[in-house]
Ligand binder design. Sequence first.
Ligand code: FMN
Length: 170
Amino acid sequence: MKQTDIARLGQENTIAMIGKEWMLVTAGTADHFNTMTASWGGLGFLWNKPVAFVFVRPERYTHEFVEANDRLTLAFLGEEGREALKYCGSHSGRDADKMAATGLTPVAVGDDAVTFAQARLTLVGRKLYKDTLRAEAFIDKSCLERWYNDQPGGGLHDVYIVEIEAVYEG
Ligand SMILES: Cc1cc2nc3c(=O)[nH]c(=O)nc-3n(C[C@H](O)[C@H](O)[C@H](O)COP(=O)(O)O)c2cc1C
């Protein structure tokens, strides 16, 4: 795994890489972290910084780790990672050992971030901003009904905007 320039992201279809390939959102340190699958989010440019937007429901165990740490990583595993992504998106780290179940190998990135040896691409993000989606702010209420009111399993997402500090490849 080697660090690469942020311009490397220009080779990616970022909508597909989040929405179809999916990603692991991971926060914590090498000896205390959690990871979950996410397929909602975005990459962009805000406050003159390259940023990522991540949406994490407060119920997720990963949420605790995102709250407690300054950084998180977004790891892209390619199609080979599909089974691991399915597992990490359907089990909670509260009651499952995701590393043992998937064979993912954690790799520390600095002191306070973790990615996986299997990742083809990792973005390291430093938290800049957090907010909680509000029901009254939905302009198209069908999104609210479809994803929140009709889905009793989850509350409104917290959105985190993180500065992309580093990109690792391979
Ligand atoms: C394809 C897919 C995409 C998902 N995207 C998100 C997401 O963007 N935000 C979110 O909060 N949960 C998302 N989830 C659900 C979490 O990955 C899931 O609830 C997971 O078990 C949480 O694990 P944790 O409790 O260890 O954090 C997604 C699940 C799947 C399968």
